[in-house]
Ligand binder design. Structure first.
Ligand code: GLU
Length: 328
């Protein structure tokens, strides 16, 4: 009798798991998940907010309560997801590639095998903003200048280092490099305490609006040149992109600015239960048009391109949903 009961509970449990909804024992309570984002004036923070808002609206259906945390960015988020401090995180596609292959910040620690991809989101461009009065019109002009390359937990830091190296500039020797968070950089630029800053971000973003809205006139600097072309060929996770200047009417550029970029991606750990990942993925993709309206940086998104740029294995919960709807 007891055995039969255990068996039927187990079957029911398995069935519910298969359905991708909260298992029976979880349905009685709420499962809390935290999403790591970035600075509040970036695009990751509102992106985490958009996902959380959609999932939380259906709390009765999903039994999930998602909260959003402002963090230092991609590298911080990947590490926090892997240590279990965060359940989900947003990170750049290049950083996802590096973590899974044990490169860059993970060179000593080796491949981060538990990292799982869920889906990708908006494109992000390596954005170099400079004060007009600092006379910086190319990467080479950064020599000797005071430049924020980003905090160590951020995605942009390595992008800035790569761009500078491609132009033959050693960030430790050839310029005065700052390592503050992107959210603080616009203020420092407007106060005359730095000449320029790098930020890898989707557009439009609050931080860049802030940087271009002050009394000190600023412009975007092209992140181009033969060295950059060579680097783009060597590093598969970078691609050419541009910054549409119409999004920032106060910047002094007249034309769109060429640079290179990556994609924002949504990641989790192999340890996150399948049903949680399934439900969140389902909510975003079943209501794709609603999601797309939540930020102007999502205007280029299609369901199909949200499965591109992922190098970590896909989490089984996400894979299950994508197979069901024929996206995989
Ligand atoms: N790409 C940045 C990073 O990885 C964050 C950009 C944002 O917050 O929108 O740190």
């Amino acid at each position: 009798m007891k055995k039969a009961l255990i068996l039927s509970v187990a079957v029911l449990f398995g069935f519910v798991l298969l359905m991708g909804t909260a298992p029976a024992d979880v349905q009685a309570k709420t499962t809390f998940v935290t999403i790591g984002t970035g600075g509040i004036t970036g695009v990751y923070y509102p992106t985490g907010g958009a996902i959380a808002k959609m999932v939380n609206k259906k709390r009765k259906q999903y039994h999930i309560r998602a909260t959003v945390e402002s963090t230092g960015g991609s590298v911080f988020n990947i590490n926090a997801v892997l240590s279990g401090d965060l359940d989900f995180g947003i990170c750049q596609s290049d950083r996802q590639y590096q973590a899974i292959h044990g490169l860059a910040e993970w060179k000593d620690k080796g491949p981060q095998k538990d990292l799982r991809s869920v889906f990708s989101i908006h494109p992000e461009s390596v954005t170099l903003v400079a004060a007009d009065d600092a006379h910086i019109n190319s990467l080479a002009d950064l020599k000797g200048k005071h430049v924020n390359i980003g905090n160590p937990g951020s995605g942009q830091r390595q992008n800035a280092i790569d761009a500078l190296a491609a132009a033959g500039i050693d960030y430790k020797k050839d310029l005065k490099a700052e390592d503050v968070k992107a959210a603080e950089a616009p203020g420092l630029l407007q106060d005359g305490r730095i000449d320029a800053f790098f930020y890898t971000v989707g557009h439009p973003s609050g931080a860049i609006k802030e940087a271009t809205a002050g009394a000190r006139k600023v412009h975007f600097v092209p992140v181009t040149g033969p060295g950059i072309d060579k680097m783009l060929k060597a590093k598969p996770y970078y691609a050419k992109s541009f910054i549409p200047v119409k999004l920032y009417p106060n910047a002094t550029n007249k034309k769109d600015v060429p640079t290179f970029g990556v994609k924002a991606t949504f990641v989790t750990s192999a340890k996150t239960p399948d049903w949680v990942v399934y439900d969140i993925t389902k909510e975003v993709f079943d209501n794709f048009d609603t999601f797309k309206k939540l930020h102007p940086a999502y205007s280029v998104l299609t369901k199909k391109n949200m499965l591109e740029g992922l190098s970590a294995p896909m989490h089984p919960g996400a894979l299950k949903y994508f197979k069901e709807v024929g996206l995989k």
